[in-house]
Every structure is written in C-alpha cells, then in structure tokens.
Design a protein around this ligand. Structure first.
Ligand code: AMP
Ligand code: GLY
Length: 425
C-alpha cells in the first residue's frame, strides 16, 4: 500500500506557507497540521501552544503520539539547532531536517569554517577569537574590507562587512563589550572579504545522495539599488543565471560532495536541507559565504514554484536515508517573489495594519509571512508581511506579474523593492 503521510510542519514564515502549499498538493498527504503558522493558514490546520510545544519534550512527544504524526518537517533553524530532529529520532518518527550536530553548520560559524577547512571547501580565510583584545589586535593587522561574524545564531544580524577599521571596532565592541548577541557572541569569526555575486543553492540530501533545487538570488538590502540595512531578504528569483551548469558542477564537486563526506566521516550524516550560500567570482569560481541548515526565506517561496514533482516522498526519503539517485523534476521557466514589508522593517516594523489581499489570479500566488488572522480580519504582524510570487516562461513575465498584483493589495504603511530581479533581466 502507498505510504500516506500525517505531517506536522513547524514554523510561521512565508517559507512555511510555501512549504505547506507544496505539501498540500501531495498525493501522499493524509493530513497536515502546522505550528504555529500565520494568518495565511486556515485555522483548522493550525495547532496552538495548548496542544503542542517544541521546547517541552514530553509535550512534543505527547502530540506526536496522540496525533499519529509520521513525518515532521521543520522550517526554521532554531528548533533544529536545539535538537528537534534528534527528539523525533528518539521515538522513531522521520523528520525532514538535520540533527543538532549537523545544524551547527548554521548554529556556529566556527564549526562551519572548521568543517570547510577539513573538507577543503573554497571559502574566505578566517581566524576565531573569544575575547575583544586578541580579536582587535589581529584585526588591525588585516586588510580591509574585513568581515566580523558573531559565532552563533543572531537572526541574520550577526555579520558586519566592515570597510573601515572603526566599523570593525564597533562590531567587536557590540559583540564582546555590549553582549548584543548574548551567548551567540561568545566567539567571533574574522573573515576575509569575498568578491563576486551571491546565490543561494538548496540541496536536499539523505547524507549520501543529494538533489539540487534551482539556484536563486536573494535581495538582502531593504531598499532599491541594494542600499539600506540588511534584511532577511526583500525578494528573489530563480533560476539565477549566474549559476551556470559549469558553476553548478564546481559547487557539486568542491562544496556539496566534500561536505556530505565530512559529515558522514564525523559519524553524523547530514539529512535534510543544506542551504549553500555562494559568492561566485567573475571567472565563475564558487566560494562559500555560509551554510544554513534549512530552506531560505524568501528564496523558497519562488524556488518551490519550479518544482514539478510531489515533494512529500522526497522529504520522507531524505529523512529515512533513501533518496533516489536522480535529479529533481523541474518546470521550465522562471519564478520570482517580491516581499511586501512593514514600514520600519527591519529595525522597528509597524504592526496591526489591516490588509486587503485579492485572491490569487493567473500565475500569482501570495504567501503570508508576518500576518495574523484576528476574527477573520488579516492584520500585519511582523516585518515581512507577504510574499507575492509568480512564474512564467521568462523572468520578465514572472516579475511583471508580481508587480502588477502587488499594486492591487491594500496595505497601509508598507513598502517593497521595485528592482527585484533587475540584475538578471
Ligand atoms: P551570513 O550571515 O554569513 O550569510 O552573512 C550575511 C551577508 O554578509 C552575506 O549574505 C554576504 O552578503 C555578506 N558576507 C558574509 N561573509 C562575507 C564575506 N566573507 N565576504 C563578503 N561578504 C560576506
Ligand atoms: N534569505 C536568506 C536566508 O534565508 O538566510
């Protein structure tokens, strides 16, 4: 008999709304429940904190057992770094997402750099420090720009690309003297600056075999022309033309395969999603900027629109170590996402604005991120509010579609970038 899945999906962002959309289309889905979700999900599939916890192990186990969940899919990094996947393993429930050991690839920059060093993965040279004095005395001998990274998770805010020594000093002061990132700043990685163009590549693996999704390009700065503060991402498109077949084969040979080998050799095969953050030189050589242990947001929302097969058997196969040895089936064409953010994002986003969102039309699909459903009314409830996605035979079609639709949304005190994908057009 065909395997039917009772899925528990963890997370509350646009990424999880897109994952839920893909999962809902699966022929193998029996039921889907989501915790904690956002205003875009129908209320009957959402779980609340009375029913489940992801920090209280016995409450988590109680939910899994009583619900008959047979596949857990974890969106964000925090629960993975904290061992949610290991908890599932303890009671024999497959989980799409790496173990706490493997999730250190995102949870500790130092761990990731050491792993890359052992695997001889091309990346920036680095040094690690646990106190201000030695970091600062090393930094002063280095050439600028210099990149200062808090070791642990810092909600995307722990990295400073410093073009002047006073910025290096300020970043070190914040990390060591002001404890801006708490324990995540107990260690600092100082890194040389990598030149090139960035791309995000998502790799689904069972520790041995792997499958790549189309590479995407994110837009991290808040405002048009790549200016303003760094954000989680204001828009993305895929496939990114910078990741040519030749670049992709180098990434497989020099990055993915050596890293998977290294995890396996450490006795911890990497299962789940490995996000490879790349900097690609003018000559087409890839360097790794970072790894994440989860799907990227907002890239996932557009990348998944190019998938042309049932995602659930793939997630399950990754979780149980049985991934097929073939490429993913993908649609022709391009996809894009434009993020609608709250005024004040990323520093102090406004909340509570009422949103009027027309129904999806044509190729456009809207994913919710920072929204909540209050008695049937959808209100803004976070920095990145919505992601407007589309796909088409050309990138231009996909992007124009997103912009035509965003104009029909009524959302006071919000903004969006008008130049998503322009670099690839
Ligand atoms: P991370 O959190 O490591 O992704 O860093 C956030 C952003 O900082 C990246 O997306 C890059 O734009 C930039 N960055 C990080 N490390 C480097 C580096 N070594 N050289 C140049 N830019 C970097
Ligand atoms: N969009 C970047 C990330 O998900 O880390």
């Amino acid at each position: 008999m065909e395997h039917k899945f009772k899925v528990l999906l963890i997370g509350s962002g646009g990424r999880e709304h897109a994952l839920a959309d893909a999962i809902s289309k699966s022929k193998s889905l029996e039921s889907l429940r989501v915790f904690p979700g956002n205003g875009g999900f129908s209320k009957d599939i959402l779980l609340d904190s009375k029913e489940i916890s992801i920090t209280d192990k016995s409450k988590f186990f109680d939910y899994l057992k009583s619900s008959g969940t047979n596949l857990v899919v974890v969106g964000p990094e925090d629960p993975l770094v904290n061992g949610l996947s290991d908890w599932c393993a303890e009671i024999g429930i497959p989980c799409f997402g790496p173990s706490a050991y493997c999730a250190q690839v995102e949870g500790s920059k130092h761990f990731a750099k050491e792993m890359m060093k052992r695997a001889k993965v091309p990346t920036a040279s680095f040094a690690v420090f646990t106190d201000h004095e030695s970091a600062w005395s090393y930094a002063q001998k280095e050439i600028l720009p210099l990149v200062v990274k808090a070791d642990g998770l810092a909600a995307g805010k722990g990295v400073t690309v410093a073009f002047e020594m006073k910025e290096v000093k300020q970043a070190l002061d914040e990390i060591f003297l002001e404890s801006k990132f708490g324990e995540s700043g107990n260690k600092v990685v100082l890194e040389s600056f990598l030149e090139g163009e960035e791309a995000s590549l998502f790799v689904i693996t069972d520790g041995e075999r792997y499958m790549c999704l189309p590479a995407a390009q994110d837009h991290k700065r808040a405002y048009d022309g790549d200016i303003g503060p760094n954000t989680g991402g204001m828009g993305a498109y895929a496939p990114a033309p910078i990741v040519t077949d030749s670049v992709l084969s180098k990434v497989k040979e020099l990055v993915i395969e050596p890293m998977l080998h290294e995890f396996k050799a450490a006795g911890h095969p990497y299962k789940g999603l490995l996000y490879v953050g790349l900097m690609i030189t003018k000559e087409g050589n890839p360097n790794v900027v970072e790894f994440n242990c989860r799907f990227g947001d907002p890239e996932t929302q557009c990348v998944l629109r190019l998938l042309d097969e049932d995602i659930l058997p793939i997630f399950y196969a990754s979780a149980v170590g049985n991934l097929p040895e073939r490429n993913l089936k993908l649609k022709e064409g391009f996809s894009a996402i434009v993020v609608l953010a709250a005024k004040g994002y990323p520093d102090s986003p406004q909340k509570g604005m009422p949103l009027e969102i027309p129904s999806n039309e044509g190729n456009v699909v809207v994913y919710h991120a920072g929204t909540k459903n209050q008695d049937g009314e959808i209100l803004a409830n976070g920095g990145r509010i919505l992601g407007i996605t589309s796909c088409g035979s050309s990138l231009k079609y996909a992007i124009n579609d997103c912009y035509a639709f965003i104009g029909k949304i009524k959302a006071p005190d919000t903004f969006y970038r008008k130049d998503i994908g322009r670099r690839a057009l």
